[in-house]
Design a protein around this ligand. Structure first.
Ligand code: FMN
Length: 362
């Protein structure tokens, strides 16, 4: 129904207008009590094999919403109702900022892809805190993806990340240190191993300090770009682990334009969707090899089908996220992926997702 009716209507609109319209709808639905739980009963994974406990939290499904779709945490209950096992909000910066000039979001339908150069448009830490604090229930973990303001020079970036940890430590079930968006000038330079180690160490220490105040210790994950040179990738993964991070997300959008057909391929920004699928799965495989499974990995990039999600799990991902496929496949996607994942686990004789994690690396 989405592909036949709703998508053609949405695709007639400018991509960002369609995004705001959809999110406003989901946000409005999120404020109406009583409908989310019955819908969740239809979309939630019916299969206990899909559940995991990670960092002491129950994850009812390995499938999460990737960062950037709900930057201000406006529709967490709606995404829960659609079946997601966790929701990553943000990227949030300390102060609200408008992001780049429009147009800044482009569809490439024949390629199953998007190009965006949003530039961390968001309402800032205080607004996100108010929204997350007001959630009446928190049935799945809510992760907060943090980044620096555009106006903050790289030498002062750590202060921004620490401010965000202090501001949001009592409402975040995990923090994601975003050093990999291509749309904030200079941000990706923070991925260099030594700088990254110092940043992550500071963030982990701030979370630890906050525990005394809030009695919470959200794990700290780091989200990397897919465009690092293999040696630099290895060094950054090593640095992240050494600095005490609790997980890695692979990957953010790519600057590569390989194999694209649509005219929008020339737009500046980060590419997401199907063209990123193989690359991000390969990075999960490499990170799993490098880390020996010591911390959970999150695979994201071009997941459209259960087979795509399963390939990332078998490569070493404990959790998998989606963004672009939701635009192309619609709100039924999480439920479809759950059914497919259950079938694939059954086919291969795995008693749980946990057993399948890294199966291809063994
Ligand atoms: C429009 C758009 C905005 C995004 N904004 C963010 C962001 O603010 N922070 C972030 O870490 N990733 C952001 N991403 C990247 C996604 O979280 C994800 O890593 C990437 O799109 C690959 O997954 P996909 O192929 O399923 O979309 C954004 C992606 C898109 C398409």
């Amino acid at each position: 129904m989405y592909r036949r009716l709703l998508r053609p209507a949405l695709f007639r609109l400018d991509a960002e207008d369609a995004h705001h319209l959809t999110l406003r709808g989901l946000g409005a639905a999120s404020r109406v009590p009583g409908w989310a739980a019955p819908l969740r009963a239809l979309t939630a994974p019916p299969d206990p094999r899909l559940t995991q406990t990670l960092w002491g939290h129950a994850y009812p499904s390995p499938l999460g919403l990737a960062a950037g779709l709900d930057k201000n945490g406006e529709a967490v209950p709606a995404f829960w109702a659609l079946g997601f096992g966790f929701v990553e909000v943000g990227t949030v910066t300390p102060l609200a900022q408008p992001g780049n000039e429009r147009p800044r979001l482009f569809r490439l339908p024949p390629d199953g892809a998007l190009v965006n150069r949003m530039g961390f448009n968001n309402a800032g830490a205080d607004a996100l805190h108010a929204r997350l604090a007001a959630l009446r229930r928190r049935p799945v973990p809510v992760w907060v993806n943090i980044g620096k303001n555009k106006a903050t020079p790289n030498e002062e970036a750590t202060d921004d990340y620490l401010r965000l940890v202090r501001a949001l430590g009592d409402v975040a079930d995990a923090f994601v240190v975003n050093v990999s968006s291509p749309n904030t000038p200079g941000l990706r330079a923070l991925q260099a191993a030594e700088d990254l180690a110092a940043l992550v160490r500071a963030v982990v220490a701030e979370v630890e300090a906050g525990r005394v105040r809030t009695l919470r210790r959200p794990p700290v994950l780091v989200k990397l770009a897919p465009d690092l040179h293999p040696a630099d990738f290895g060094a950054s993964v090593g640095a992240v682990l050494e600095a005490g991070a609790h997980g890695l997300i692979l990957s953010n959008t790519t600057l590569s334009r390989e194999g694209l057909t649509h005219g929008h391929r020339g737009e500046a920004g980060g590419l997401s969707g199907r063209p990123l699928r193989g690359r991000s799965t390969a990075l999960v495989r490499e990170a799993y090899r490098l880390t020996g499974g010591r911390v959970p990995l999150v695979g994201v990039g071009g997941v459209f089908t259960a087979e795509d999600a399963y390939a990332k799990i078998r490569a070493g991902a404990s959790l998998v996220e989606v963004y672009t496929a939701l635009v192309y496949e619609g709100p039924g996607l999480p439920a479809r992926l759950h059914r497919g994942l259950s079938r694939l686990l059954e086919r291969d004789g795995f008693a749980s997702v946990t057993e399948a994690v890294g199966a291809d690396a063994r």
